[in-house]
Design a protein around this ligand. Structure first.
Ligand code: MLT
Length: 311
């Protein structure tokens, strides 16, 4: 039906340039407004979101005409995918648009953590000159444990190798051949925990990965280990992390994501050995343009009758 106008709701802020395919399509009307600020949700054929909007079954019931939900990013943990499937709604994401940004942010967090850059910066701005206090450690020859070896884990490993780190990976899908080709070591979870100087998680948040690092597993790590989470809040249990930061088993932690966002665990982020950022690993010009244009193009094609690719 050529006359048909499609209505698309963009409920989280997204790159305008990335949305161009939808904004310029003659048969599409785009509204950019949060779900809470929208009275008539029933008029929309498609919903575009980032991590700020939670799509529950209740939201889905208010959108009986929505056919596709697109996450401009990777994680779809803020969408009740089961309920969407039940109501015949396709859920897509932008699986690779922010890979490099997230790997680079993780690397920046690792450098910050080992060299105390945020703490030293704050101290200097506070009028102090504390050179002894902020002695750090080199990345060179350190063993980096990567849990989850998808796109982001893989890019991080390449960067770590360039810094002469040893890389040990836990991922059930990684083959020994591929590990050898990349010059990294494949290991089971227990060995990654036991051997690594720095451990970083790059898995989605699922039943299996929730609390993967917890009161039982953190003690299996080396004393003085550094932990990094730029994936999803809750993969490292926050209470357990705080406990082992306090008793010194964990030397430091770098966190970009939290169990509750905006973060509520102030004691954790204020800990002297914690470096924290407000879920900005994918917040670069490049990544935001990539993810928005990936989903905009796919939503447009879907509305015009093509099958979804990244569902
Ligand atoms: C993602 O899943 O892609 C990230 O958390 C990034 C984001 O929320 O923008």
């Amino acid at each position: 039906d050529k006359e048909r106008q499609y209505r698309v709701l963009v409920a989280d802020s997204m790159s305008e340039a990335g949305l161009a395919p939808l904004l310029q399509a003659p048969d599409v009307i785009v509204d950019q407004r949060s779900i809470q600020e929208t009275d008539d949700l029933a008029q929309y054929d498609a919903l575009l979101i980032r991590s700020g909007t939670t799509v529950t079954e209740e939201v889905l019931l208010k959108m009986p005409n929505v056919k596709i939900i697109a996450r401009a990013g990777v994680g779809v943990d803020n969408v009740d995918v089961q309920a969407a499937t039940k109501h015949g709604v396709v859920v897509i994401n932008a699986p690779d648009g922010n890979t490099i940004s997230t790997a680079e942010h993780t690397f920046a967090m690792m450098c910050s953590l080992l060299r105390n850059i945020p703490q030293a910066n704050a101290s200097l701005k506070d009028g102090k000159w504390e050179r002894k206090l902020y002695q750090g450690a080199e990345l060179n020859k350190k063993k980096l444990g990567i849990i989850g070896f998808g796109r982001i884990g893989t890019q991080l490993a390449r960067r770590a190798k360039a810094f002469d780190m040893q890389v040990v990976v836990y991922d059930p899908f990684l083959t020994v051949e591929r590990a050898e080709k990349l010059g990294i070591q494949k290991a089971d979870l227990h060995d990654v925990l036991r051997q690594s100087d720095i451990i970083t998680v790059h898995t989605p948040l699922t039943k299996e990965t929730k609390g993967l690092l917890n009161m039982e597993t953190i003690p299996l790590t080396k004393k003085g280990v550094y932990l990094i989470n730029c994936a999803r809040g809750g993969i490292i249990d926050e209470k357990a992390l705080y406990h082992f930061l306090e008793n010194g088993h964990v030397a430091g932690a770098a966190l970009d994501v939290f169990t509750e966002e905006p973060v509520t665990d102030q004691a954790l982020i204020e800990h002297a050995n914690v470096v924290a950022t407000p879920h900005i690993a994918a917040s670069t010009k490049e990544a935001q343009l990539n993810v928005a244009s990936q989903v905009a193009e796919e939503v447009l094609a879907f509305l015009q009758g093509e099958p979804a690719r990244n569902s």
